[in-house]
Ligand binder design. Structure first.
Ligand code: PLP
Length: 411
């Protein structure tokens, strides 16, 4: 269900950037899968951190250090409750999804992978959930197996069942595809992987702003997301891991904070989560991320998602009705607010630039999913991705803007 106009108006006024202009045109921001805009409270939290409690954490006994440490650990508790983790120690702060996956590929790879083992991913993964596993495979002599997609953009679950076997060490799968919008059936995939004896990492980069995630109900071993895709600041993200895994895994980076005792002969490591957080963490970023999660939870993720789903349906129907030679990529029955498309032979960059000249921010290109583009037989496409602050009016403006581009490019 769409948000009522007065609620949407109030919501939009929390995001000052939405009132910006592109030249003389009003900005219409449809690039939310790349990064989301930030509400005022998140930006203010960053200033407040630097103005009021900036001090290095965990090590100091002084007042400011205590404040900063408490803010950082409160952020960890907020992230834990956001994902319904059993314990805050199961939350590791990283620089984002990419770093979280690299951390796991290194650490899990060191401890649990032997030549001949297999890592299973899917055809719809972002490069961040492909390349670190390829690097691990090369380092350790493993094989990368890929679950194919069906033509509608859903995952081929029969193929998944056939691919997972006693050699599979880990299944790394996206919760929501950043190109197709497909919402993958995580519970079912986890069951299949666990039956085969494999652990599961879910890339939640595109999920957390749109779905309520409960890592215990999903029974995932690891889950990751980036703050900037859920209305938080850039440069910080989360890796969730079940405590029994995190306790068992070796550290990824060495340095301050991750140690228990250091001598030149031998070093012992700190407990989780600190074992995985070498160096000064981004305690300002973590606090601002917690504020973003609070903001979204207070608004209601289900309420936000219902609005986004309504926009997705409305935009899909309007485009299909009004735009000739339209091809939409991703028509899975379970789909989140991403609309990837091409129009005839129009080049996605040309169309993207023409839309930009009318104030519309869309992403054009391969969306860091080149293997998926190859599967779809494309070099790239355009992607409109919606957030809860987008409106039906913006889509009503988008259709004529798209139409305007057609004759310009034909000629
Ligand atoms: N995974 C998916 C599905 C994504 O959409 C993205 C970003 O676009 C990433 C991983 C990487 O996220 P980040 O660049 O924030 O590390």
């Amino acid at each position: 269900m769409e948000l009522k106009p007065d609620i949407l108006h109030a919501l939009r006024s929390d995001f000052p950037i939405l009132a910006e202009k592109v030249g003389s045109k009003a900005l219409v921001y449809f690039d939310n899968a790349a990064t989301t805009q930030k509400p005022r409270c998140v930006v203010e939290k960053i200033s407040e951190g630097y103005y009021r409690f900036n001090a290095n954490i965990h090590r100091g006994v002084h007042h400011l250090s205590r404040l900063a440490t408490e803010a950082h650990e409160a952020a960890r508790r907020r992230a834990a409750s956001f994902l319904n983790a059993a314990r805050p120690e199961e939350i590791i702060f990283t620089r984002g999804t990419t770093e979280a996956i690299n951390l796991l590929a290194f650490s899990f790879g060191e401890a649990y992978c032997r030549p001949g083992d297999e890592i299973v991913i899917t055809e719809m993964e972002h490069h961040a959930n492909i390349v670190p596993w390829q690097m691990l495979c090369e380092r350790k002599g493993l094989t990368l197996r890929v679950i194919p997609i069906r033509d509608d953009g859903s995952l081929n679950l029969e193929a998944a069942a056939a691919l997972l076997n006693e050699r599979s060490r880990l299944l790394a799968v996206t919760h929501v595809s950043n190109v197709l919008g497909t919402i993958n059936p995580i519970v079912e995939l986890v069951r299949m992987a666990h039956d085969a004896g494999a652990a599961v990492l879910v890339d939640g980069a595109q999920a957390v702003a749109h779905l309520t995630v409960d890592v215990q109900a999903l029974d995932v071993d690891f889950y990751t997301f980036s703050s900037h895709k859920v209305y938080g600041p850039t440069g910080i993200g989360i890796l969730y891991g079940k405590a029994q895994w995190l306790d068992a895994l070796p550290p990824y980076q060495g340095g301050g904070e991750m140690i228990s005792k250091v001598s030149f002969e031998q070093t012992t490591y700190n407990e989780i989560p600190f074992k995985f957080e070498a160096g000064t963490p981004d305690y300002i970023g973590s606090t601002a991320l917690a504020e973003a999660l609070r903001y979204l939870q207070d608004f209601g993720i289900k309420r936000a998602a219902a609005h986004e789903d309504a926009l997705l349906r409305y935009a899909t129907e309007a485009m299909e009705a009004e735009i000739p030679n339209l091809r939409i990529f991703g028509k899975a029955p379970q789909k989140s607010a991403v609309l990837s498309f091409l129009i005839g032979k129009l080049h996605p960059y040309d169309l993207g630039m023409l839309l930009d000249s009318q104030g519309f921010a869309l992403r054009s290109g391969h969306h860091c999913a080149q293997p998926l583009m190859q599967r779809l037989g494309l070099e790239g496409c355009l992607r409109a991705s919606f957030a809860f602050y987008n409106s039906r009016e913006e889509i009503d403006q988008f259709i004529p803007a798209l139409k305007k581009a057609l004759p310009l490019l034909d000629g």
